[in-house]
Design a protein around this ligand. Structure first.
Ligand SMILES: NC(=O)c1ccc[n+]([C@@H]2O[C@H](COP(=O)([O-])OP(=O)(O)OC[C@H]3O[C@@H](n4cnc5c(N)ncnc54)[C@H](O)[C@@H]3O)[C@@H](O)[C@H]2O)c1
Length: 423
């Protein structure tokens, strides 16, 4: 059974639609690549007649992706991938334009799950996920819908890790594209965008000066590297913690001090986790932390800082000493500050990635969905984004900023393609 777009949405306040349109309009200005793709989709209609169920942060930038998919002919059903990041005015604007939106800021876990089911009620042909909750729900609780799903696309590392586990166990029922791993997304989104917006979230929540401060970044992957470099750019003394020797070496060669967390704990003033793992700052680290240490998480799930251990250890919790900053008083009198309740700090305390960054991410997802809609006999499993899509995104991004590059001459092409030629 499938339902049609325009079915009742669950949003906070339909009266916010005008404010939402203004916010979407502002984002659109900074999303030239998605604008170009929306124009092409409107004339070619690559998603005509298809239903897309999406579980994404309900923000103005996501609204631009939804508009592109609709221009391509898709009916879109949207649920929030994080109740704290939902922009209620954007949800209202989308609902007013006939999109089925199931998202209200701050809903509890039960409603969050219900919203995912609401989006799945559409009986999707294609799915877009951010973190894997929609795909998990689909396989674990709505298996009757799987036969109709042609494919899906996942935007985060965390979600792709879950997809790979499913594929290894033979549980993944359709082709799923790991859209987290394109070169363009890594450059724009994970490293530059997250680096900047995580620091933005920390500064908005705390208003501290970073210059001279000891900042510990846990994880030196694409996100951690961006955060570490952004913090260093503002004058912080950055320490990196890692479990992977190659990544740790990369940090050392880029001039960062690398320490185990146990040694970083007593010297750090601000800690930012970006690992995709759990208990990176755990109960065992708490006794070593300095009075006034600030803890923030940039990883997808709120498990990187052991908030339960912090709550169990503290004798007093003062919520919101500043917006998005909670203070935990420990028995020995030290105060620890936890930002955004240990959730993704750049989405909760700031505005997530700037629209220019999401432009590249969402442009690639729009092209992936259009590719999946045409792809024939793609086996179930995790697939990489075709390199041609990555190159197309890079070309469109350069084009949109008026940047031109050289092209290989025929002689250069021949030189590079033949092993017989000598210099
Ligand atoms: N906040 C955002 O806007 C945003 C954007 C993109 C991704 N993410 C999330 O950030 C997390 C990291 O993403 P990524 O792309 O950098 O992943 P990644 O896999 O490239 O890097 C993670 C790094 O953390 C290291 N690590 C794992 N466990 C560790 C531990 N206990 N201590 C220290 N280091 C550890 C790994 O070795 C790896 O180098 C994921 O959860 C991802 O979903 C957040």
């Amino acid at each position: 059974m499938s339902v049609s777009e325009g079915s009742p949405s669950d949003i906070a306040d339909a009266g916010l639609a005008e404010a939402g349109r203004a916010r979407i309009g502002w984002a659109q200005r900074s999303m030239p690549v998605l604008r170009l793709i929306t124009g092409t989709f409107a004339s070619e209609r690559p998603l005509s007649g298809l239903t897309v169920a999406a579980c994404l942060h309900v923000t103005a930038e996501t609204a631009c992706l939804v508009q592109a998919l609709r221009a391509g002919g898709a009916s879109v059903f949207l649920a929030a991938s994080n109740p704290l990041s939902t922009q209620d005015e954007v949800a209202a604007a989308l609902a007013a334009d006939g999109v089925a939106v199931f998202a209200r800021a701050g809903v509890d876990r039960l409603t969050y799950d219900e919203h995912i089911h609401n989006a799945l009620d559409s009986g999707p042909d294609l799915v877009v996920d951010d973190g894997g909750d929609l795909v998990n729900t689909l396989h674990a609780q709505r298996p009757e819908l799987l036969a109709a799903v042609r494919g899906g696309c996942e935007s985060t590392v965390t979600g792709v890790i879950r997809l790979r586990r499913m594929a290894e166990e033979g549980a993944l029922a359709f082709p799923a594209v790991a859209a987290d791993a394109t070169t363009t997304k890594r450059m724009f989104d994970s490293t530059c965008g997250t680096g900047q917006s995580v620091i933005d979230g920390v500064l908005r929540a705390t208003n501290i000066l970073l210059a001279g401060r000891v900042v510990v970044v846990a994880g030196f992957g694409d996100c951690g590297r961006g955060i570490a470099e952004a913090a260093r750019g503002l004058g912080a003394q950055v320490i990196v913690t890692e479990v992977n020797p190659v990544r740790a070496l990369d940090a050392v060669l880029r001039g960062f001090r690398v320490l185990p967390m146990a040694q970083a704990a007593p010297v750090g003033e601000l800690f930012i986790t970006a690992t995709g793992s759990r208990d990176v700052i755990a109960a065992g680290h708490l006794p070593a932390l300095r009075d006034g240490a600030i803890l923030a998480n940039a990883g997808h799930f709120d498990v990187e800082i052991d908030v339960r251990a912090l709550t169990d250890t503290a004798v007093k919790l003062t919520r919101e000493v500043r917006p998005h900053t909670d203070e935990y008083l420990l028995p020995d009198g030290r105060r620890l500050l936890l930002l955004a309740e240990g959730r993704v700090v750049n989405l909760v305390a700031a505005e997530g990635n700037p629209p220019q960054v999401m432009d590249v991410t969402f442009a690639s997802q729009a092209l992936v969905l259009s590719w999946l809609a045409r792809a024939e006999a793609l086996p179930a499993g995790v697939h990489a984004v075709p390199p041609a899509i990555d190159e197309q995104i890079a070309r469109l991004t350069l084009e949109s900023s008026g940047t031109r590059i050289d092209a290989l001459t025929p002689a250069q092409q021949e030189y590079l393609s033949s092993w017989r030629q000598t210099p």
